[in-house]
Design a protein around this ligand. Structure first.
Ligand SMILES: Nc1ncnc2c1ncn2[C@@H]1O[C@H](COP(=O)(O)OP(=O)(O)OP(=O)(O)O)[C@@H](O)[C@H]1O
Length: 268
């Protein structure tokens, strides 16, 4: 990628980000870019600030200092109205799914369409059914409430809601946590298929090595309050660092690499 095209293709540019909670300094001068249409995996030990980074970008945490530029606009410089217009171009899937328990799936997905796109209830629920079909849920689930569904179906419904307003960037916080390996692998494939079809960029926080190997174009490793390394899996794997060694070259890392090699052999 040339210097010029890589500049144009950056959708999120984080520079010198600092976050602190009391005495706990979480980020210090953290730099990171997200490119258009890529799936970026953000990994790191527990407590290294992956979720705080995601929450800083989507506006749920106010950074202490630094710059977050989204679609070429510096977030801190925007008025609340301008900022909420930018945030409407995001879709966010939290670990819990965060669906309303008393609403059916189609009501849950229709909600942002009624609130932000000002659609009538009927139109919103029609579009909600389209989104639910897009994530692979069948029609009999649309009128169920979350408690009637499996964990994998709830994740899919939450993904449909995150996609309701056709986001340009999808943020996923531990999307496969709590899913069995088969459900997790199916969810990983769904993310790649949707990214290919819809062309959004993905900011993916995960501990799941299988997810990293099966979905990510690039990986960023958070360590010591900043991004230690970012690049392709090959670049990251070959970085000389104790955490990277344990994580990528331990038994689980080797198993995930092996699965990827086996799967790429199947498709050739
Ligand atoms: N609202 C908050 N108030 C105070 N401290 C917080 C808050 N949110 C996060 N932290 C602290 O910031 C640090 C980073 O938290 P974060 O949840 O981003 O870590 P993480 O890398 O996502 O961890 P994990 O992999 O365990 O989910 C932790 O020490 C956490 O306790």
């Amino acid at each position: 990628m040339s210097e010029q095209s890589s500049q144009q293709d950056i959708v999120i540019r984080v520079r010198k980000l600092c976050n602190r909670f009391g005495n706990n300094e979480v980020h210090k001068n953290l730099d990171l870019d997200l490119y258009r249409r890529e799936i970026l995996g953000v990994v790191g030990g527990s407590g290294t600030g992956k979720s705080v980074l995601l929450r800083s970008i989507v506006g749920l945490v106010q950074p202490d200092s630094g710059a977050i530029e989204v679609f070429g606009q510096e977030l801190q410089a925007l008025s609340p109205d301008q900022r909420s217009r930018v945030e409407r171009r995001f879709g966010v899937l939290f670990q819990s799914g965060a669906l309303f328990s008393s609403l059916t799936l189609q009501e849950n997905v229709a909600l942002p369409l009624i609130e932000h796109a000002r659609l009538s209830r009927e139109d919103a629920e029609h579009l909600a059914r389209v989104k639910l079909a897009l994530v692979g849920l069948s029609a009999n689930a649309y009128t169920m409430v979350p408690a009637q569904l499996s964990g994998g179906m709830v994740k899919r419904a939450a993904l449909a809601r995150a996609l309701a307003l056709d986001p340009e960037v999808l943020f996923l916080d531990e999307p496969t946590a709590g899913l069995d390996p088969i459900g997790a692998a199916a969810f990983d494939r769904l993310i790649v298929t949707l990214r290919d079809a819809l062309g959004f960029s993905v900011f993916l926080v995960t501990h799941d090595l299988d997810t990293l190997y099966s979905t990510c174009d690039r990986v960023a490793v958070l360590s010591n309050k900043r991004v230690l390394v970012d690049g392709t899996l090959e670049t990251v794997e070959s970085t000389d660092d104790p955490w990277i060694r344990d994580y990528f070259h331990g038994p689980r890392g080797r198993a995930a690499q092996h699965t990827r090699t086996a799967n790429s052999g199947e498709t050739e």
